[in-house]
Design a protein around this ligand. Structure first.
Ligand code: PLP
Length: 389
């Protein structure tokens, strides 16, 4: 008996699709309809008073729900629009025009993160060190550690790689970075909600992530955690009045930063997306990530067995301790197969050079694993993918 299946009824899309794409867009909780109605009601009936009755504080109060998922204290996470802007805020706290100006990350980092760091580094003549992957699936931890030295400023890495589902040894990276005076920015977009995270144990400097995927929170709710001990040492240049100690004093000229996590906000928040995002966090917190992980390990292991039976190459780690929630299978014409699968109400995606990404989540039935593999087999055998080539 799989107790987590009782949550299936909370997700309307599961009634008519095989939803194996939570690494890309988690299913929408039914409750979101009500929360968005609540938002509209608040605006319609409370008007301007809504700001002081909850809206103004929402980037932090919503952040508290995410903090629970990360093992962080309340008041240590703020919600922004996405990971890219969170990375820019972090970068804006540091001076890249100094001897310690090296940015080190893995070659399989999420490209948008690379764009942010590479652009800033270029403008400031700083150095970016990209640690290569020899197999396109994993990153050699020793090699990554060796690249982090006394001239390294920041190490922005993905906890779980988007392309292969490889789960990095974040602790080893954080320990090495701290030993040489560097800071780590851990992007947990592909791990939070499916792999347990304990920021206190990790002692990580920054955490960024978003809600679109495993957290089932929809687009527009990226988040930023800053280690409490680090907070007051930093002065973000990407800033705004919400980061001011007394925003409603409307003081002109230079900002006086808030001492708490508000320091990492900027301008007026996107309130509707916060209403939409919270239902997913509530469900994840209610279940607990440990239980989600146990099921994910069981189902991803089964998926690998099924792919092996078909003779397809698996482009994800076989060791569950090194794997997040996604299994990537390399089949011919992956992008076209994905389109035909969608027509058949089986939702997955593909990434160039990797294959089809398949992700069960806590709401996935075991029979859906078999069905997904069976449909791929059928599409390949019948050449039904050809119409998309
Ligand atoms: C590891 C990782 N980081 C970041 C992102 C997305 O970044 P953003 O929130 O800026 O769109 C993704 C989404 O696909 C991702 O997988």
């Amino acid at each position: 008996m799989d107790e987590l299946l009782t949550y299936r009824k909370e997700f309307p899309i599961l009634q008519h699709t095989t939803y194996m794409i939570s690494h890309s867009l988690g299913a929408m909780p039914r409750q979101v309809y009500e929360r968005l109605h609540e938002y509209a009601d608040m605006w319609a009936t409370r008007g301007i008073r809504a700001w002081e009755e909850g809206w103004w504080e929402m980037p932090v109060t919503t952040g508290d729900k995410i903090a629970r998922i990360l093992g962080a204290d309340p008041g240590s996470v703020v919600v922004h629009q996405n990971v890219s802007i969170c990375q820019s805020i972090i970068l804006s706290c540091f001076n890249l025009r100094q001897k310690r100006n090296k940015i080190v990350y893995e070659a399989l980092n999420f490209p948008s993160v690379m764009y942010v760091y590479a652009a800033h580094a270029k403008a400031a003549d700083a150095r970016v060190v990209e640690v290569p992957s020899t197999d396109g699936i994993t990153i050699d931890t020793e090699r990554l550690l060796a690249a982090i030295d006394e001239e390294t400023l920041l190490v922005p890495i993905s906890h779980v790689l988007f392309k292969s589902g490889y789960l990095q040894d974040a602790q080893a990276v954080i320990d090495k970075a701290h030993a040489v005076g560097a800071r780590v920015v851990l992007d947990v977009y592909q791990s939070a909600g499916t792999v347990p995270i304990d920021v206190k144990q990790l002692q990580v400097d920054f955490v960024v992530g978003g809600s679109v995927k495993w957290l089932c929170g929809g687009p527009g709710a990226g988040y930023l955690y800053v280690h409490p001990a680090l907070r007051r040492q930093l002065e973000p240049q990407v800033t705004g009045w919400m980061a001011h100690r007394a925003p409603f004093a409307f003081e002109p000229s230079e900002i006086t930063y808030a001492d708490d996590i508000h320091r990492f906000l900027h301008g007026s928040p996107a309130i509707a997306t916060l209403y939409a995002a919270e239902s997913g966090y509530d469900i994840i917190n209610e279940i607990g990530v440990e239980r989600i992980r146990a099921k994910s390990v069981r189902q991803t292991t089964r998926l690998i067995e099924l792919a092996d039976e078909q003779g397809w190459r698996v482009n994800s780690p076989r060791d569950p301790a090194k794997r997040g929630g996604t299994v990537v299978v390399d089949v011919p014409h992956a992008a076209a197969v994905v389109q035909e699968l969608a027509r058949r109400e089986v939702l997955v995606d593909s990434r160039p050079g990797a294959g089809i990404r398949i992700a069960p989540h806590f709401y996935t039935e075991d029979r859906e694993l078999d069905l997904t593999i069976k449909e791929i087999r059928n599409i390949l055998d019948s050449r039904a993918y050809e119409r998309y080539l």
